[in-house]
Design a protein. Structure first.
Length: 421
């Protein structure tokens, strides 16, 4: 049985070969529909198709052709074409995918270049990442919450706060839902939020945005940081494997051979990382966060041992936020990172849930406990031991799809120089 379908989209390319017109129409899939119109077979539609410019918005009705010759898409024989809108000027960018555009052009015209199969494939996969994350977390008893994005205090250090005028108060854009997801540990055993992070990173790098998206999780009643590591490795595996199973066409369009991943991921102590790097001639301080070049080198070392994804656990206190639980030695904490081939894609840890210790940590970090009263109060009424993480969506996509720049993984880029579109 042959099904007649109605598909709406835009003309991506048009080719005339003798008395045949071939029109590629892009819709929501990364592969275009290929309309084959023969003068002999459908003279009226053939005449219409000759007038179609690249960019025309149309709907067509047709059947998947018995014989499929096109390598670019799915061929249809057409019974109806309805034109909805014609471009009033030629398109400013080449959308067919024949000629790759520069990153700058891709960012400026993403809304139009999304008609290009490669752009469409990236964002179809981005959609799957969010869908899979929700599916996994919901199935595992996490409640979805929304917390404010206009806040009175930052959680990730003052240097990257964007100031906002809030009537007569000084406010900021939220860098992370950290403090709020912890507060909610008073009433939910498990929460997550899919959220933007606003960070005034002043430098331009291929892995930083000023507005990025995170999958932020917090889990209570834990017996230690290992419970949180397990949630994160299961979540990341679920997301990657979901994309492998559900975005075959998009991965093919991108030419990406994404392999499934399975937990457990390798765990490395921070001190082990320092030794591993020392053996490779890279000196890193035992008291600070890993610099970028050290992170990349570690990625190479781990890849040669067959580990694409690995945790670094037990970060030094000097390199962490105030809210991570410190070990008894005072030097190290229960903070971890998850790295994917040399790039940090997530951070998390067990939190300090003991009131007195938390006040002490805030003071030790040079912050004023008065600024955190709303947060501190929530540690007085039976908050359970808890931990969680923030997983950077654009960074995860970058690694899954071998993208060179994090800007390729977000529709509208906010970076040091871009506030439009
Ligand atoms: P962190 O600051 O490491 O941790 O952020 C978590 C993850 O978010 C991503 N990310 C970014 N991606 C692109 N551009 C940026 N400017 C940017 N900043 C962060 C990264 C990073 O690993 N509150 C903790 C999480 C927690 O402990 O639960 C936090 O925000 O992938």
């Amino acid at each position: 049985m042959v099904w007649c379908m109605r598909v709406c989209g835009w003309v991506l390319r048009k080719k005339e070969i003798g008395r045949v017109v071939i029109v590629e129409v892009v819709s929501s899939r990364s592969k275009p529909s290929v309309l084959v119109l023969k003068e002999e077979r459908e003279p009226d539609l053939y005449a219409v198709s000759k007038t179609l410019d690249v960019g025309t918005a149309l709907c067509f009705e047709g059947e998947i052709a018995a014989e499929q010759k096109s390598k670019r898409g799915i061929e249809y024989t057409v019974s109806k074409i309805e034109v909805y809108s014609k471009p009033v000027s030629p398109l400013p960018v080449e959308v067919s995918g024949k000629v790759p555009s520069l990153l700058d052009t891709r960012i400026k015209y993403r809304w139009l270049l999304l008609r290009n199969p490669v752009e469409k494939a990236i964002f179809n996969i981005r959609e799957s990442v969010f869908h899979a994350a929700r599916e996994y977390l919901r199935r595992n008893g996490f409640h979805e919450v929304q917390t404010p994005k206009i806040v009175a205090a930052g959680a990730e250090g003052g240097a990257t706060l964007f100031k906002v005028e809030y009537f007569e108060y000084q406010a900021y854009l939220s860098q992370s839902p950290q403090l709020y997801k912890q507060i909610l540990m008073n009433a939910y055993p498990r929460v997550y939020e899919i959220t933007p992070y606003f960070r005034a990173e002043k430098f331009n790098t291929p892995r930083h945005l000023n507005e990025s998206w995170g999958i932020d999780v917090e889990q209570g009643f834990i017996n230690g940081v290992e419970d949180v590591l397990e949630t994160l490795e299961n979540l990341v595996s679920y997301i990657v494997n979901y994309v492998v199973d559900n975005n075959k066409e998009d991965l093919e369009t991108l030419g990406v051979n994404l392999e499934k991943v399975n937990p457990p991921f390798k765990r490395l102590r921070f001190t082990e990382v320092v030794d591993l790097l020392k053996n490779e001639g890279i000196e890193v301080s035992e008291k600070e966060d890993l610099p970028d070049h050290a992170e990349r080198k570690l990625g190479e070392i781990m890849k040669s041992k067959g580990h694409r994804l690995y945790f670094i656990t037990g970060f030094p206190w000097n390199a962490t936020g105030f809210y991570y639980m410190r070990e008894e030695d005072g030097m190290y904490t229960r903070k971890f990172d998850l790295d994917f081939e040399g790039l940090e894609i997530a951070s998390g840890g067990q939190r300090e849930h003991r009131y007195d210790k938390l006040v002490e940590a805030i003071i030790l970090k040079g912050l004023n406990p008065d600024d955190f009263q709303f947060y501190l109060e929530s540690f007085k009424y039976g908050i359970p031991p808890h931990g969680g993480f923030g997983l950077g969506v654009e960074r995860l996509l970058m690694k899954m799809l071998n993208l060179e720049n994090v800007r390729e993984a977000i529709l509208f880029v906010r970076d040091r120089t871009r506030l439009l579109p």
